[in-house]
Design a protein around this ligand. Sequence first.
Ligand SMILES: [Zn+2]
Length: 80
Amino acid sequence: MTAPRCGAWLGAKRRYCRATETVRPYRTGLRCPAHTPAAEHGRPEPPPGPGWPVPPLAAAELVDGCAVVSGGQRSPPGVR
Ligand SMILES: [Zn+2]
């Protein structure tokens, strides 16, 4: 099995990056830290989120909280 390698194209060097350290899969393919989508756009890496995927219970609480904040109607009486 071959190690995952960064698939970023280095135009100036006319070759692929091919780095193998801390390569992670991104939507654009495997990338090393220097060639993540954020890095290529000159932005810092987004901080780690609270966790993904969101557990079904937490998602329900999130929706419920939004309904309260926006004054929306909650579940009709008798449901639950
Ligand atoms: Zn790279």
